[in-house]
Design a protein around this ligand. Structure first.
Ligand code: AHM
Ligand code: MG
Length: 340
């Protein structure tokens, strides 16, 4: 045991860092701790997912005669409830809801903030016991009216905080308030997150590329060329690289954050704007990548600089170690005029 290292819980850490915000009165701290609470509730349900056959399939009625909710719906409801109960958020945009969820009255005291989230990303992986995650993003509200979508039409660089919870072989919460990235691991026996990965830095380079190669035929030529480049033998650059694709963006990102690597979800012929959502997935992960010294673009321009025009907007995503993303962009730029 390393007795020189201080044990710091998520709650203590949030309070300690409150002074980073000059005018903070504790609202953001309360909001972050609400996310930590919802994460623990959702974690408990995810850990029981393998028992669904015994206790009742999701969508069916369980042995107690209760309706068993699909986990993505369950996660959505619990994150919304935890945030609503703290009263610091005036509206939530969720990948699970077509429209904004807005709060009024006691549930929105001053409601300085709005939250965009993907409550359970990669949820198709749940049935096969593969990691999934919750992704969140916090902005200052812009309009007096919580229902005004303009509150969410802010470029990603305006994020006050962003992060994710990964429900993997252990459960972790990783977040940033714009002052570095810190990771906390859940001790399930006592139900508390502890600082386990202080000041996370994404390696400047890496040798893992992560992309759904099944779509190869539909990729832009720049991506095809980059993949081929990754596969060529070259001692100096340590190629061929390793291919790893989990199919849960949070898990692929988390691995690359620690080991170094690139994750690409490009535009494809059938999905010309890519698959991933700017507000719910790309902006929060891009914020974390940049805070950890990495890079995130759509193959040409910075993700955090994109002006959103709709809640469920999609964008191609190239994210990870700075040098790897830059290299992939070089290949994209060769065809920029053709693809523009
Ligand atoms: P979801 O929000 O519906 O779960 O979809 C997002 C997920 C990402 O986690 C993952 O990177 C991607 O979809 C995988 O897509 P594909 O199966 O097309 O490779
Ligand atoms: Mg998603």
């Amino acid at each position: 045991m390393d007795t020189t290292r201080k044990i710091v819980s998520l709650g203590e850490f949030i309070i300690d860092r409150q002074s980073d915000f000059k005018y903070a009165k504790g609202e953001l701290s309360r909001l972050l701790s609400a996310i930590g609470l919802a994460a623990r509730i959702v974690n408990k349900e995810i850990r029981r997912a393998g028992l669904a056959d015994i206790l009742g399939d999701y969508g069916s009625t369980n042995v107690q005669g209760e309706q068993v909710k699909k986990l993505d719906i369950y996660a959505n409801e619990h994150f919304i409830k935890a945030l609503k109960d703290r009263g610091e958020v005036c509206a939530i945009a969720s990948e699970e809801n077509d429209n904004l969820v807005e709060f009024h009255g006691e549930y929105c005291r001053d409601g300085k903030y709005v939250v965009a989230m993907d409550p359970l990303d990669g949820s198709s992986n749940i049935d096969v016991n593969v990691s999934v995650g919750t992704i969140f993003s916090i902005y200052r509200r812009k309009s007096d009216n919580p229902a005004n979508p303009d509150n969410f039409m802010q470029p990603g660089y305006e994020q006050v905080a962003a992060g994710y919870v990964i429900y993997g072989s252990s459960t972790m919460m990783v977040y940033s308030t714009g002052n570095g990235v810190n990771g906390f691991t859940l001790d399930e026996s006592i139900g508390a997150f502890f600082l386990s990965h202080p000041d996370m830095q994404m390696p400047k380079n890496g040798r893992i590329y992560s992309i759904n190669e099944g779509n190869y035929v539909h990729f832009p030529q720049g991506v095809k060329d980059y993949i081929k480049w990754c596969q060529v033998e070259d001692k100096e650059t340590n190629r061929p690289f390793t291919s790893r694709y989990i199919g849960s963006a949070v898990a692929d990102f988390h691995r690359n954050l620690i080991k170094g690597g690139i994750f690409i979800y490009p535009a494809t012929a059938p999905a010309p704007r890519g698959k991933l959502r700017l507000l719910f997935e790309c902006n929060p992960l891009a914020f974390l990548a940049e805070q950890a010294g990495g890079r995130a673009t759509d193959g040409f321009k910075r993700i955090l600089g994109i002006q959103p025009t709709e809640l469920h907007q999609r964008t191609p995503l190239f994210i990870g170690s700075e040098d790897m993303v830059k290299k992939a962009e070089e290949f994209m730029n060769k065809y920029a005029e053709v693809e523009a």
